[in-house]
Design a binder for this molecule. Sequence first.
Ligand code: 13P
Length: 281
Amino acid sequence: MPLVKMEELLREAKKNKYAVGSFSVANMEMVLGVLQAVEETRSPAIIQIAEVRLKQSPLEAIGPLMVAAAKNSPMPVAVHFDHGKTFEKINQALDIGFSSVMFDGSHLPFEENCNHTRRVNDLAKKYGATCEGEIGCVGGSEDGSEDIAINCTSPAQALEFYERTKADAIAVAIGNAHGNYKQAPKLRFDILEKTASLVPVPLVLHGGTGIEPDDFRKCISLGIHKINIATATFDSVERTVRQAYESSVISGYYDLQAKEVEGAYINAMKHIEIFGCAGKA
Ligand code: 13P
């Protein structure tokens, strides 16, 4: 199965009422762990990296690895550039072969967000790629460096955003935030339902780490078809490695590497089951 467009995966998910997991990866081990879970469960999936993470994982190194891994997977996998902030990096991701890009203009004035997202969508279309935008502000920040306040999406503004940008997928803010929640979030299902009734494209839930399984399922039933998971993957890798050291099952570098893959695999398996996408490839 070749690398696929995210738009195709989300169209199927919307039609059949499930969500596709969009798993953040930082190295080869995480890519392998996620794709192992995807293959075992026969699930569609998205692997992604955010622009703020390129300090640790340079795009010119990890990008080609992600694209090659997706191309080699027997399952349909899209490769997504998450929270794009600069046209330079978005362009670079598209040149490398990412099948999808997000422009995150959620912190910008509405006009600017619309204009930039439209520009990124036009660029993505030249590559045959998918474009995701965001309206409203998801809390926190992808790398935890900023504590951005949650600003819930206005459904009417989301419709105008869609009409002006023609984005293929739209991320909404409904009380969700990046990173580990201090307490389980109270999601605004009313806002999600209203937004989904107005906007014809699949909606995206960021800040998936720590959301309760029943809340995920409710979000999916109300119009979320892509769910971003980052912190949970990183935590699972770290925890799996730490536990392995504590129980002395690591006796060399390749044991460590196998545990990193396992950590990403465990986390992806858990979310694939909750999102209802197992067996949908
Ligand atoms: P979490 O780190 O909360 O899972 O958020 C991931 C995300 O939304 C990436 O865009």
